[in-house]
Design a protein around this ligand. Structure first.
Ligand SMILES: *Cc1c(COP(=O)(O)O)cnc(C)c1O
Length: 301
C-alpha cells in the first residue's frame, strides 16, 4: 500500500525556503486511520494464523484504534470486542459517533470503570476477560506491539530518501518507532507527542535501532484530547489554504508545531520536510459535539 506525497504551498514555507510534503496516509481508508491500518496489518495476519477468531482491545470513547480494530475485524471476518473506559457510556454509546460505528461493525462493547480500566494490563483482569469471552487475540490500547512497529516500517518508501526530516505525531510512539527504524543515515525524525509525553522517550528507545530522532514536547496543548480555540482556528485555516483536513487530537497539533518551528528558523533553508498524515479524521464529528457543548468554534468538515 503506497500513498501519495502532496506538496504544501504556504507563504511562510516559501519565505523560509523550506519545502514540505504530506504523506497522505489518511487516505488509506475512511475509518481505519492511516497508521492504525499499518499497525493492524501483521497483527491481523497473526490472529488468522493462530486461529483466534476474535480480536480484543481497549479504548476511550473517541479512540481511532478501537474503531480501526472493529473495522479491520469486520473486513477480515473476525469477531471483535472493545473494552471501553467509562461505565457511564453503557447508556450513551448510541450518541457517540465512534462507538456507534464500532457497534455497527459488529464490535461487542464492554464498559468498565476508570479504575478497572487502569488495571487492564493486569493478569487478573485479562484472566477475567478470558473467562467471560473465551480465547482472543489481544491488542494493547493504542495497538502498539512488535508487529505494529513492523507494519509502520512500511510507511516510508525508497523515493522518500530525498527528504531530510520526517515528522510524525505520537500517541504511544509505535508509529514513530517504525519510521525511525526505516530512515536512512542522512535523515532525521521528529516526533510530536499529542500528550504530556516525557515518558515516551524511554518507551520509544526500547523499540528503535538508531538515535536519529527527537521529540518536540511543546505542542500537546494541555494533554491528550485537549484542544484550544487557537488549535481549532489553525486547523480550519490550514484546510482553507491547502484543502488538507487535519484532526484535532494528533495531526493538527503536529502541523501547528512544525510551522512554529519553521517560523522560529529551526530548519535550515533548503530543508525538505516529509510530514506523515496519520489520519484520525473520523474523530472530528465526536470532537465537534464536545466543542458545541463548550461553545467553542467547530472544526469545518
Ligand atoms: C493513534 C494515532 C496516532 C499515534 O500513533 P502511535 O503509534 O500510538 O504513536 C497518530 N495519529 C493518529 C491520527 C492516530 O490515530
Amino acid at each position: 500500500m503506497q500513498t501519495e506525497n502532496q506538496k504544501v504551498n504556504l507563504p511562510l514555507l516559501t519565505e523560509k525556503k523550506v519545502s514540505l510534503f504530506i504523506k497522505r496516509e489518511d487516505k488509506i481508508h475512511p475509518l481505519i486511520s492511516g497508521n492504525k491500518y499499518r499497525k493492524l496489518k501483521y497483527n491481523i495476519r497473526k490472529a488468522k494464523i493462530v486461529q483466534y477468531g476474535t480480536l480484543l482491545t481497549f479504548g476511550g470513547a473517541f479512540s481511532n484504534h478501537l474503531l480501526a480494530t472493529a473495522c479491520a475485524a469486520h473486513e477480515n471476518k473476525l469477531k471483535s470486542i472493545g473494552i471501553i473506559r467509562g461505565e457511564e457510556l453503557a447508556y450513551k454509546w448510541m450518541d457517540n459517533p465512534t462507538l456507534s460505528k464500532a457497534r455497527e461493525l459488529g464490535m461487542r462493547l464492554k464498559f468498565v470503570s476508570r479504575s478497572d480500566y487502569r488495571n487492564k494490563q493486569s493478569l487478573e483482569f485479562i484472566a477475567q476477560l478470558k473467562s467471560e469471552f473465551g480465547h482472543f487475540y489481544l491488542l494493547p490500547e493504542g495497538g502498539t506491539n512488535d508487529l505494529a512497529i513492523k507494519g509502520c516500517e512500511e510507511i516510508l518508501r525508497e523515493e522518500d530518501k530525498d527528504f531530510n526530516v520526517v515528522c510524525c505525531s505520537v500517541g504511544t510512539g509505535g508509529t514513530l518507532a517504525g519510521i525511525i527504524n526505516s530512515v536512512s543515515l542522512h535523515q532525521k525524525v521528529l516526533g510530536f507527542p499529542a500528550l504530556k509525553g516525557e515518558f515516551l522517550k524511554k518507551d520509544i528507545s526500547n523499540f528503535v535501532t538508531n538515535n536519529q530522532w527527537n521529540l518536540q514536547l511543546d505542542y500537546h496543548f494541555g494533554g491528550y484530547g485537549k484542544v484550544s480555540t487557537k488549535l481549532i482556528n489553525f486547523i480550519n485555516d490550514f484546510k482553507k489554504e491547502t484543502q488538507i483536513p487535519l484532526d484535532p487530537i494528533y495531526t493538527g497539533k503536529m502541523m501547528l508545531g512544525i510551522l512554529d518551528l519553521v517560523k522560529k528558523d529551526k530548519f535550515k533553508p533548503g530543508t525538505k520536510l516529509l510530514v506523515i498524515h496519520t489520519g484520525g479524521l473520523q474523530g472530528i464529528k465526536g470532537m465537534n459535539e464536545k466543542l458545541k457543548k463548550k461553545n467553542l468554534p467547530l472544526i469545518n468538515l
